[in-house]
Design a protein around this ligand. Structure first.
Ligand code: G1P
Length: 311
């Protein structure tokens, strides 16, 4: 195995935004059915993008943005997700004894990023329900949380910092939006938006709907898996009923906050976004990351060119 030093993502943002909430919540309780049979025993969030689990990339993003604590929501039997962020002293000792310094650095990265805590969502009742499970873990002075869905890689970094800056200006909750083609919009939470005359990259949200039929979508702006949610979200989560897919949806709680007069804005993300939630999107992310690496990129590029020339 190569011991060449590499960065785990190669895409870290240098920007540190001091205003991001202290706790970054990462929901990782899903069954990962799109990745069966692999996810019978391996949590989807630990599948490697080249060599680094998607959830570690997301934790790096939270750290770069200034979060202090990673609060992982898991489900029974998915202990491996949290274990990934715990030091493995036996493995570290073995690598150190063999002089494998760069491997040691890779193994130590996840546990060194942030303070890590976890909560268990006992039943798969939806993303809204999962997020509701973290309320009791927050300190009294935490007036907002960041939520990062580990299915979504939002690149380059910096979206959370821009969202935190928008919250400092407008208050309330701020989400990240990406523009999607109409034929893909029904897979997302979709925003009804109005322009901000002062900032073309920010829009005020008038409403939000989860997985609308294409003809009912209020816009082509979709939720991209990054949220800064005011603590009032927990009251809203207590008031909503099951929605799309029979699940308690975070989208419906956000829509309720808007109805109650709370400010909600989106920051438009213009960069790349990968969807690790299905094998097709996961493969694109892996190829994209691998092409940027010094150790695997050149050979992969040459092989891809040859392979594509055959079609
Ligand atoms: C979830 C959210 C949805 C959001 C999407 C982003 O849906 O419910 O609002 O647009 O993540 O990836 P899921 O992909 O879990 O069905």
């Amino acid at each position: 195995m190569s011991d060449t030093p590499t960065t785990s993502s190669g895409r870290r943002s240098a920007a540190v935004a001091p205003l991001i909430p202290r706790t970054a919540v990462v929901p990782a309780a899903g069954l990962g059915t799109r990745f069966l049979p692999a996810t019978k025993t391996v949590p989807k969030e630990l599948l490697p993008v080249v060599d680094t689990p998607g959830i570690e990339l997301v934790a790096e993003e939270a750290k770069s943005a200034g979060a202090e604590r990673l609060l992982i929501i898991t489900s029974p039997g998915k202990d491996g997700v949290v274990a990934h962020f715990v030091e493995d002293l036996v493995l570290e000792h073995t690598l150190a004894a063999r002089g494998k310094e760069s491997m040691l650095a890779k193994v130590r990265n996840a546990p060194s990023l942030l303070e890590v805590a976890s909560v268990i969502q006992e039943s798969p009742l939806g993303l809204g329900h999962a997020i509701g499970c973290v309320e009791s873990e927050l300190a009294d002075d935490e007036d907002a949380i960041a939520v990062l869905l580990p299915d979504d890689l939002v690149l380059p970094g910096g979206a959370l910092g821009r969202m935190a800056a928008a919250r400092a200006r407008y208050g309330g909750s701020v989400l990240c939006a990406i523009e999607m083609p109409s034929d893909e919009i029904s897979a997302y939470g979709v925003f009804d938006v109005e322009d901000d005359p002062q900032d073309p990259d920010i829009k005020r949200v008038r409403g939000m709907v989860e997985k609308p039929a294409p003809e009912d979508a209020p816009s082509n702006f979709a939720a991209a898996g990054r949220y800064i949610l005011d603590r009032k979200i927990f009251d809203a989560l207590r008031q909503i009923e099951p929605g799309a897919g029979g699940e308690l949806q975070i989208t419906d709680a956000i829509a309720l906050l808007i109805e109650q007069g709370e400010p909600v804005h989106v920051v438009i993300h213009e960069g790349t976004r990968h969807d690790l939630g299905n094998p097709g999107g996961y493969l694109k992310a892996a190829v994209d990351f691998a092409l940027d690496r010094d150790d695997y990129g050149p050979a992969l590029r040459a092989w891809l060119e040859q392979r594509l020339a055959k079609d």
